[in-house]
Design a protein around this ligand. Sequence first.
Ligand code: NDP
Ligand code: GDR
Length: 371
Amino acid sequence: MAKTALISGVTGQDGAYLSEYLLKKGYNVHGIKRRSSMFNTDRIDHIYQDPHTENRNFTLHYGDLTDSTNLIRIIQETQPDEIYNLAAMSHVGVSFDTPEYTANADGIGTLRFLEAIRLLGLTEKTRFYQASTSELYGLVQQVPQSEATPFYPRSPYAVAKLYAYWITINYREAYNMYATNGILFNHESPIRGETFVTRKITRAVSRIGLGLQEKVFLGNLSAKRDWGHAKDYVKAMYLILQQDQPDDYVIATGVTTEVRDFVRMSFAYLNCEIEFRGEGVDEKGYVVACTNEAFNHLVGKCVVEVDPRYFRPTEVELLIGDPTKAKKQLGWEPKYDLKGLVDDMMGSDLKLMKKDKYLREGGYQTLNYFE
Ligand code: NDP
Ligand code: GDR
């Protein structure tokens, strides 16, 4: 019989990839999405099935992590074999502006799921995956970071996720539930949210190349992240729930890179070379050479500037994960390296921005409502 999975955060980057992956495996997939004033299902429109479709295997439910009653109802209705809790206010910077909401959704939201499973008597049937994060490591204690590395969260987001991490383990131990944490390091893709640094960079570099924008303003260029591809990482989520015993796993590439170098690699996709000059808030990035005629006009231009508004009150400077346990026990192996990731994102954003340019040149962009 086909298994049933329930995914919260189905409209997000990971929710979209995981849904497609599980549907290909023959699962019945149910997703929880929030009501919004505009369509927020762009990432899953290609797998959407109309409610009138017979025998559909992909169903969306309205719900919110801050409302236990709807979570209980959805779990009761769907009786899932597996729950993937991917919903969260997932932006570290924004969590400093909305700390209470972040704690409610990201911390207590996880408790609401676990309690719902317990209250509905599903502890034997339903397996639970919690989207834990490398942000838990925060201030560097030791590198590379593994399952045994102590945590030191550095943002309201990370502190909320710390609660979620431990409450998941507590429910596993207290109620013998199959509850697990995937401690995932940063993973990106062409459908990454536009305000995370990688996507902000690949979008901006594409626009700069096409003459739609002059420069991009960024924050801390020296931060180092262990970046992987979301397609590889959702496979790890699935594997974590297929093991005989519930456990917690680090998912990472083991390679760390500065934000500054991600910028270099993105411009390299256009065959442009970038040089950074100056220090701190005065640091700027200039195009110093280009071997592609189409982008020659950029040579000599300042295309990157630092804007302190993107600095965080407390920063996570260095993340580099040790995925040994996942590779050994789950047999997980990523297919993408960083260059493959940058190429995938740049290829996709360049296409999107070309479309934007044609619309603009054709006069099809929205004007003011009262004109
Ligand atoms: P996204 O921000 O792309 O997606 C988050 C999803 O959660 C969206 O579907 C969003 O809905 C939904 N959501 C937000 N708040 C609520 C709420 N209160 N109730 C219901 N749904 C809500 O995140 P990712 O896909 O990148 O990440 C998935 C999970 O993994 C998150 O929990 C994140 O914190 C965690 N994580 C991510 C990593 C990464 O590098 N991507 C690394 C480690 C952990 P909407 O579309 O309406 O905004
Ligand atoms: P992160 O991702 O905070 O690691 O959280 P993000 O891409 O936002 O930042 C990575 C690093 O880049 C620095 N940075 C900037 N960041 C943003 N967003 N915008 C900028 O302009 C900018 N300039 C420099 C940041 O300071 C930071 O050091 C992501 C999220 O997906 C979390 O949900 C997840 O848990 C972690 O990854 C693992």
